[in-house]
Design a protein around this ligand. Structure first.
Ligand SMILES: NC(=O)c1ccc[n+]([C@@H]2O[C@H](COP(=O)([O-])OP(=O)(O)OC[C@H]3O[C@@H](n4cnc5c(N)ncnc54)[C@H](OP(=O)(O)O)[C@@H]3O)[C@@H](O)[C@H]2O)c1
Length: 233
């Protein structure tokens, strides 16, 4: 039986990924920074709760120390701190807050999990990326790059660089970025509807990449900017 760890999984797409992986027969550690909400979510989906604030390196180390074997890591926890702030007004403090979770948190959790993933016969890492982190998308015209999320988009671009660098360094562990689509969650405050999917929609592709025959060093995604199931870097 395979084992997975999903970070930031007390709600949103991460919680739905955890639920699907449990349904697929995996032992799933559901990471959350808040113990009450995390335990509730873990109980609801049949996962094991692990307290994991990805910005707290001691907590990361003790959480991972409690996991015996690991086949799948989903770096899902993320924040978007600058909605409504025009790009030129975003502060360095906002940048730090975003990078703390979306980049440094990913590095801390990945580093702690690498020894376990290397021991797996089929280790894989899914980094929950975004088309907003695609330099090709940001350099094109349209509604998506116009969102101007300076901290979020640039942190997700950095995450994509981590994907490529880890994919090379950790082979045969497979490391991929996945854009889940535009999904209604607390992250963006959107409602489902016109072009905005549900968390069930958002979990589809990450779960397919985890359970299927994925490559490595890929940026999987669908939608307007994607070609053949890949988002351009
Ligand atoms: N929604 C979209 O349209 C969309 C599009 C592209 C990519 N994504 C990506 O998909 C992933 C899931 O996002 P979502 O839309 O499901 O957002 P969400 O509902 O806001 O979930 C984000 C999760 O991250 C957790 N988190 C934040 N900071 C954390 C920390 N320091 N340590 C541990 N957990 C932390 C949150 O916990 P709390 O409840 O404690 O805050 C929450 O559980 C993210 O990586 C996001 O960038 C989403």
């Amino acid at each position: 039986m395979e084992t997975a760890l999903v970070t930031g999984a007390n709600k949103g797409i991460g919680r739905e990924i955890a639920r699907r992986l449990v349904a697929a027969g995996m032992t799933v550690y559901l990471g959350a920074r808040d113990a009450v909400r995390g335990r509730e979510a873990a109980d609801a989906v049949g996962a094991r709760f692990v307290q994991l604030d990805v910005t707290d390196e001691e907590q990361v180390a003790s959480a991972v120390a409690g996991i015996e074997s690991l086949d799948v890591l989903v770096n899902n926890a993320a924040v978007a701190v600058e909605w409504g702030t025009p790009a030129p007004e975003v502060t360095a403090a906002q940048m730090r807050a975003a990078y703390e979770v979306n980049v440094f948190g990913v590095v801390a959790v990945t580093r702690a999990c690498v020894p376990l993933l290397r021991r797996s016969p089929a280790g894989r890492i899914v980094n929950m990326a975004s088309q907003l982190g695609s330099l090709s998308v940001l350099g094109s015209a349209g509604r998506v790059p116009d969102r101007q999320l300076l901290a979020y988009s640039s942190s997700k671009a950095a995450l994509n660089a981590l994907t490529l660098l880890y994919a090379r360094a950790l082979a045969p562990v497979r490391v991929n970025s996945v854009h889940p689509g535009l999904i209604a969650t607390d992250l963006n405050g959107f409602a489902p509807g016109d072009g905005v999917g549900t968390v069930e929609d958002g979990a589809d592709l990450p779960v397919r990449v985890i359970l299927g025959e994925s490559g490595t060093g890929q940026f999987y995604g669908e939608g307007r900017y994607a070609r053949d199931g890949r988002v351009p870097w």
